[in-house]
Design a protein around this ligand. Structure first.
Ligand SMILES: Nc1nc2c(ncn2[C@@H]2O[C@H](COP(=O)(O)OP(=O)(O)OP(=O)(O)O)[C@@H](O)[C@H]2O)c(=O)[nH]1
Ligand SMILES: [Mg+2]
Length: 423
């Protein structure tokens, strides 16, 4: 394991993020040996002050560290200067997140998305890096000197284009799958929320799946969709990549097609880790709502699951519900790990899916009977009885699917008698 030192510079009114940076570093496989914090304005050459830099250099020697990781975004020149002064590689939080994603990406799409994010990051820093690389060889700055800036820039741009084409093809396939699923009439529910909140654990518990969980931050980088049974109704539930504070736009853009599962859902099931301090719960919930907006999923109804309540006394659960009531209007306390309150959660999911209940009558014929047997297999039929030469049926479905069904009812000379919203 590479030994690392983590550093954050922040203003007095800004919070410390070293605990999260440490979890990120560990998720990337580093052994964090020391942490350092400095309250001051950013220094243009080193990000931190000169005195602190000496301290870091000493820590590097003392611990035999091979990497310094900054919470702050570093300019290429700052990373260069820091590497020069300390003799080891320097990375910032964004590069650290990229590193985790690179290790963890298992699907072809996720791998391509990561390469795209990396190349875009390269492009943004290309000119500065090439200039620095030409001056002198430094750890983490090698291998660029042979390229002329423009040649390098063009080469990267071509690769970006290439990957984008491949991703577009995968996206088309994904769109087709989504359309096929839509034709089945099932509503889409997507799990969403901060990384490590317990989305995959909840997914496994709701649909009896075995997606990987708990390997540190960002365990899930691709999507998995399964049918979920909600008392006679069925929906499709998707587990997907988690959010984090200051998630770089490059990464959001690169992961757009994965995130589209959320954008096109009928309901977002937002998972919040309620076991942390009230401050953390509020910060991570705000980040989650913010990211939902950023990816263009605002307007989709959100149901919040306050997870990990097994770790909290009951009065603290109430405090969290109270604290979040403005942002998360509808919340259900649960423990995904111990299957606590799963039935209430399922009931709330059904409530939030905005089903309609429709009643129709249809004259009996061979065709009508085979349509009715299809209906029993595809929607929640509440009641069916025979009156004179007609069948009278009450069923519940998503509004657009109910419309489709009623179209077929009309086709068989049936009549709609009543339709009501169930919320
Ligand atoms: N005590 C307790 N731990 C839980 C609960 N739900 C999840 N966890 C733990 O929280 C950790 C993270 O769970 P995951 O399901 O991997 O979280 P995630 O939101 O899918 O994380 P990413 O895929 O990284 O975004 C794991 O160690 C789980 O065992 C719960 O209800 N109670
Ligand atoms: Mg997960």
């Amino acid at each position: 394991m590479t030994k690392a030192i983590i550093v954050q510079r922040h203003l007095r009114n800004e919070p410390s993020s070293l605990a999260e940076l440490k979890s990120l570093a560990e998720a990337a496989g580093y052994d964090v040996r020391a942490e350092l914090e400095q309250v001051r304005r950013a220094d243009s050459r080193y990000q931190i002050g000169r005195g602190k830099l000496k301290e870091i250099a000493n820590l590097v020697k003392e611990h035999g560290a091979a990497k310094i990781i900054f919470d702050n975004r570093l300019k290429a020149v700052q990373a260069y200067n820091l590497a020069k002064e300390t003799g080891v590689e320097v990375a910032d939080r964004f590069e650290l997140i990229l590193e985790i994603f690179t290790h963890r990406a298992s699907t072809r799409e996720a791998k391509l998305q990561i390469r795209l994010a990396k190349l875009r990051h390269e492009l943004a820093h290309a000119r500065e890096k090439v200039r620095l690389a030409k001056m002198e060889e430094q750890p983490g700055f090698m291998g660029l000197g042979a390229y002329e800036v423009d040649v390098y820039h063009d080469a990267v741009q071509r690769q970006v284009h290439n990957i984008q084409e491949k991703l577009d093809k995968i996206k088309m396939k994904r769109n087709l799958h989504r359309k096929l699923r839509k034709d089945l009439g099932y509503p889409f529910i997507s799990l969403s929320g901060y990384t490590y909140a317990g989305k995959s654990t909840l997914f496994n518990s709701l649909v009896e799946a075995t997606v990987p969980t708990g390997k540190g931050l960002f365990t899930t980088l691709s999507t998995t969709t399964r049918l979920i049974d909600l008392s006679n109704k069925r929906a499709l539930l998707t587990d997907t990549v988690g959010f984090i504070d200051r998630l770089p736009l490059t990464l959001i853009e690169a992961f757009r097609s994965t995130l589209e599962e959320t954008i096109f859902s009928d309901l977002i099931l937002l998972v919040v880790d309620a076991s942390e301090s009230l401050e953390e719960v509020e910060r991570k919930t705000a980040t989650s709502f913010d990211t939902i907006q950023k990816i263009g999923a605002n307007g989709i109804p959100v149901l919040t699951a306050l997870n990990k309540i097994d770790l909290l006394p009951e009065r603290d659960v109430k405090k969290r519900i109270e604290a979040l009531k403005d942002s998360a209007q509808h919340s259900v306390p649960i423990s995904a790990l111990f299957n606590t309150n799963m039935e209430s959660l399922k009931q709330e999911l059904v409530k939030h899916l905005n089903y309609v209940q429709a009643k129709f009558s249809i004259p009996i014929s061979d065709e009508a009977l085979s349509f009715l047997s299809w209906l029993f297999n595809h929607v929640d039929v509440k009641c069916a009885k025979y009156e004179d030469d007609c069948a009278v049926v009450v069923f519940e479905a998503k509004p657009d699917y109910a419309d489709k069904i009623l179209g077929r009812v009309e086709h068989y000379n049936g009549t709609l008698q009543q339709i009501v919203e169930l919320t």
